[in-house]
Write a protein that binds this ligand. Sequence first.
Ligand SMILES: NC(=O)c1ccc[n+]([C@@H]2O[C@H](COP(=O)([O-])OP(=O)(O)OC[C@H]3O[C@@H](n4cnc5c(N)ncnc54)[C@H](O)[C@@H]3O)[C@@H](O)[C@H]2O)c1
Length: 300
Amino acid sequence: MGLLDGKVAIVTGAGRGLGRGEALELAREGAGVVVGEVDEAAGQAVVDEIVAAGGTAVLAVGDCSDIGAAQAVVRIAVEQLGRLDALVNNAGILRDRTLAKMTPEEWDAVIKVHLRGHYAPTHAAVHHWREAGRPGHVVCTASTSGILGNFGQSNYGAAKAGIAAFAQIVAQENWKHGITVNAICPAARTRMTEGAYGEKLAGAGEEGFDFWHPDNVAPFVAFLCSDASSHISGKVFGVQGDTVELYRPFTSEAFLQKGGARWTAEELAGRVDELFAETGIEPAAQNGMARLRFSMTQRS
Ligand SMILES: NC(=O)c1ccc[n+]([C@@H]2O[C@H](COP(=O)([O-])OP(=O)(O)OC[C@H]3O[C@@H](n4cnc5c(N)ncnc54)[C@H](O)[C@@H]3O)[C@@H](O)[C@H]2O)c1
């Protein structure tokens, strides 16, 4: 018995990296899987792997940020696998560059694949579930690069912080329809992060456990795709290695008030440092990634 027996799930960008691991895990837990990919050969290889292992999978070739392709992926789930229970928005790209050097094409490409690439399939899936009067689960893929803020990734970080907000808002809008929407901030060694997470970390944690292996992220995603997670929605989780973290959304830390009157800019200039005094937050720009609880540096 698997956690997802009889269910059907879509994974976008499932041809490699985290998406591949998620597709294989969903199939192991009993789900039929629609492998969404722009790269047909990579997607077909994952379909073949699932089928060879005795699972059910079909390929949906297309760009997840294309409205027609996103509608098609939902249609393929329903027409070829009989239903739709979960959507994992995973596909993503990087075009890292500091803002001063970033071209409009680099900005647009990242915003489109991530933000529109979350909007389009989620819109199609939510429509399907609401029209059918059925529950559903959406897993979005954000990143600590966005919610903490990483140097050199203003396009990617803006998209990923946007995805965390998207999950929280779409979750509220669809809670009464039995549709959950959560986001993960994964960390793993994939083509996207080549070099950042080194080789297999033999001996880290349990004997030979490879902390940064991409497949370590998949079981939590499978859980979020299952009805066992129906009470959880609009949340942002960190997932890496043997660890699952819960993030608190942006929260007000301190305030200044004038007592029922409008401030002048000059008054604020004289008082604004009081906001920082009790919080430990530096007024100067900082790399938010320093606040990561689990990073490669901390583990090596
Ligand atoms: N690897 C990490 O440590 C890490 C950290 C934070 C967030 N993420 C996020 O996790 C997700 C997966 O990343 P990964 O590391 O596995 O990357 P990856 O490059 O290994 O795999 C991404 C896959 O998505 C596919 N893809 C790209 N654009 C697509 C599109 N428009 N439509 C359909 N498929 C598309 C690619 O062909 C590729 O197979 C991304 O959203 C990424 O931003 C990864």
